[in-house]
Design a binder for this molecule. Structure first.
Ligand code: TXA
Ligand code: MG
Length: 352
């Protein structure tokens, strides 16, 4: 692992770009989450991403471009709705899926005939993409820089945690430091390849903001929030963004009721055998003034506004996971469109 800090090393971005030009891997900051990048026009370089992440090779990656003009090299058509959306939201946390130019980025697209494109809005990412363009790199394929199925990294140190000690040549992963990610959850993905726009993954941009620019309805099949008490129906939700601990979502009433039952049980377990007693974490908005009665319960407050909650979400889940708890009880986010992205990530975390 090799950490490049653009604040203290003027040529870090040049070194990073050269690394990518040579077919190497580089973890880069974006405004959403850190990405694990390779040049998108080199299938062998892209294959290293799949190996490093442990990700199946048919899962398509997002290709990052410096601007709309650069995006055109990767497409066979750029539908008008994709034009409107990218015009309005790029650079920014929006990915569009469009028909792919079959001559390029086959590995990055996982062999699919469409491609996901995004122009990130982070000063380090933008400087890197510009430096790459000078080396004739058309775009950077970059999934989130985490092991497959785990929590996306929002700080450079998370990337280091993800890949250290994994072997498989991962000491070869270079990390370009860019500070904590501003948005904190991955980009909104809109599929523009089907004739009508479809929301595949909610993010910071709300459905209403996207529809206003698209000028037409955007289809979205909301995943059902999993019922923590219902038997697990496998395959209904992609299990993703998952900490090691089990995540369960409950509204504040249910959470309070569950704690009323759990607190005395945990106290008894701690008295019986402090070493073996289970520990749980509570991540809630409305219990912010509540203090657990003993150390078997770890409590962290979820921020009360959607943007801050998104910004903190993955770092907070990592922090709770690192305490070694077996369960994380999370208060269901408000049923408000601004929370769609956070709610989606928590539902997926709870589905594993
Ligand atoms: O914010 C983000 O989008 C971050 C940063 C690094 O840019 N990237 C990211 O990439 O989240 P990743 O690979 O972890 O997620 C990519 C998602 C996957 O769910 C994938 O299925 C979908 O994008 N995707 C990519 N290309 C696609 C395509 N051609 N068709 C359908 N889905 C696609
Ligand atoms: Mg990911």
């Amino acid at each position: 692992m090799h950490l490049l800090d653009p604040q203290h090393q003027a040529d870090a971005i040049e070194q990073a770009a050269q690394r990518l030009a040579d077919g190497g891997l580089l973890a880069m900051p974006t405004e959403t989450v850190y990405g694990l990048a390779a040049r998108a026009d080199d299938d062998a370089a892209v294959a290293r991403i799949f190996a490093a992440k442990g990700r199946p090779a048919d899962h398509p990656l997002i290709v990052h471009v410096p601007n709309q003009a650069a995006a055109f090299s990767f497409v066979s058509a750029f539908p008008p709705v994709a034009q409107r959306l990218t015009q309005a939201f790029w650079p920014g946390p929006l990915t569009v899926i469009v028909p792919r130019n079959p001559e390029i980025a086959t590995a990055a697209a996982g062999g699919h005939d469409t491609i996901g494109l995004r122009c990130p809005d982070h000063p380090v990412a933008r400087a890197l993409l510009d430096e790459c363009a000078k080396r004739d790199i058309l775009g950077l394929a970059a999934p989130s820089a985490n092991r497959f199925g785990r929590i996306s990294p929002t700080r450079a140190e998370h990337v280091v945690e993800e890949f250290k000690g994994q072997g498989q040549g991962l000491d070869e992963v270079w990390v370009l430091e860019g500070g904590p990610c501003g948005v904190g959850i991955e980009s909104t993905i809109i599929d523009c390849s089907r004739g009508h726009p479809v929301l595949l993954r909610p993010g910071k941009l709300t459905l209403a903001e996207i529809e206003a620019v698209a000028g037409e309805p955007v289809q979205w099949s909301r995943p059902e929030a999993p019922d923590p008490l219902a038997p697990k129906a496998s395959g209904t939700l992609e299990s993703h963004y998952a900490p090691r601990a089990k995540v369960r979502l409950m509204d504040d009433e249910r959470l309070n009721a569950a704690l009323d039952v759990m607190e005395p049980e945990l106290s008894a377990a701690v008295i019986r055998d402090p070493q073996q007693a289970p520990r749980i974490a509570v991540y809630s908005r409305s219990l912010w003034a509540w203090r657990p009665k003993h150390k078997a319960i770890v409590h962290l407050s979820m921020p009360g506004d959607a943007a801050t909650a998104a910004h903190d979400l993955f770092a907070d889940l990592r922090e709770l996971d690192a305490t070694g708890v077996e369960l994380i009880w999370v208060e269901t986010p408000p049923d408000d469109p601004a929370w769609d992205g956070v709610r989606d990530r928590l539902n997926r975390a709870a589905a594993s």
